[in-house]
Write a protein of this length. Structure first.
Length: 288
């Protein structure tokens, strides 16, 4: 029987490290600062933003929440981003998605200074990641890499299969595993012989948005299985993309849902805010 990858435990470990990093920055009069913009009244977005604010304040990161009404124009939003781009004390900028339909989300994300793009979605940061020169990367795959390291899983030389090709998880996950010297396959809705591929994976990352999509027969004995799914089953209970109870009997390591990947996403968002602040501190020292 495999072991559970405890995302909460890993997040606590890195949170303790981050608090020490924030204290060290404070001694140089640098306070890591994260600005989050939310447009409209989406309930889920409000919860996410509130959770980010609480985590930031608990670590010692200054969190600025900017609420803008549903009718905010794209121009007004872009102008607000410009102000944050030009503020030397703001390290990270995040625009909470989804945005109202009348706003072009990609244009908004492209407006953020790549060096403050704490989500890692700007094309410049995407290019840096794929050229193995990343500074800021999407938080969910970053958290997965940190979990693998915590549990002693070295991707080098391993067969990694990612099911899902989103720009938030699947594609950046592939780049990170490739940069860590894994042999990577990306599978998706058009992939033929999907089970054959998943059965070959030493590391299987599943991000398809379908409850219990991966069964025990779909994995290789001793595999490491990372479940990124967040679904509601027929009983409205939270479930992942992996049939956890069955798969853990066959895998070496498995993330649960909840309590697996989820806690690491916000944790890595905070880590990247701190990393940006460190670069600001280094720049200040070099310019003295």
């Amino acid at each position: 029987m495999g072991k559970i990858i405890d995302g909460k435990l890993v997040a606590q470990h890195y949170t303790a490290e981050m608090k020490r990093e924030v204290e060290a920055l404070g001694s140089n009069h640098i306070v890591p600062t994260l600005a989050v913009i939310i447009v409209g009244e989406d309930d889920a977005s409000k919860i996410y933003v509130r959770n980010k604010h609480r985590r930031a304040e608990g670590i010692g990161i200054h969190s600025i929440n900017i609420r803008m009404p549903e009718e905010t124009t794209q121009l007004a939003l872009l102008e607000r981003i410009d102000l944050l781009n030009s503020d030397p004390e703001v390290d990270g900028i995040l625009v909470q998605l989804p945005l109202p339909e009348h706003i072009n989300a990609q244009e908004v994300l492209n407006r953020i200074n790549p060096d403050k793009d704490v989500d890692g979605f700007h094309p410049v940061n995407v290019g840096r990641l794929w050229s193995n020169n990343a500074q800021i990367v999407p938080s969910t795959p970053f958290g997965i890499m940190k979990m693998l390291a915590f549990y002693g899983v070295d991707p080098a030389g391993k067969q990694a299969v990612i099911i899902g090709r989103s720009t938030i998880v699947g594609r950046p996950m592939a780049a990170m595993l490739l940069n860590a010297n894994a042999t990577v396959t990306i599978a998706h809705s058009q992939t033929k012989n999907l089970r054959m591929l998943s059965q070959q994976a030493d590391i299987l990352v599943v991000a398809v948005g379908q409850s219990r999509f991966i069964k025990a027969e779909d994995i290789k004995p001793g595999a490491v299985v990372i479940d990124v799914g967040m679904n509601r089953d027929e009983n409205h209970k939270l479930s992942g993309d992996v049939d956890f109870e069955a798969v853990i009997q066959k895998a070496d390591l498995v993330t649960p849902v909840p309590g697996g990947v989820g806690p690491m996403t916000i944790t890595m968002l905070m880590q990247q805010t701190i990393n940006i602040a460190k670069r600001r501190a280094l720049h200040a020292i070099q310019n003295k």
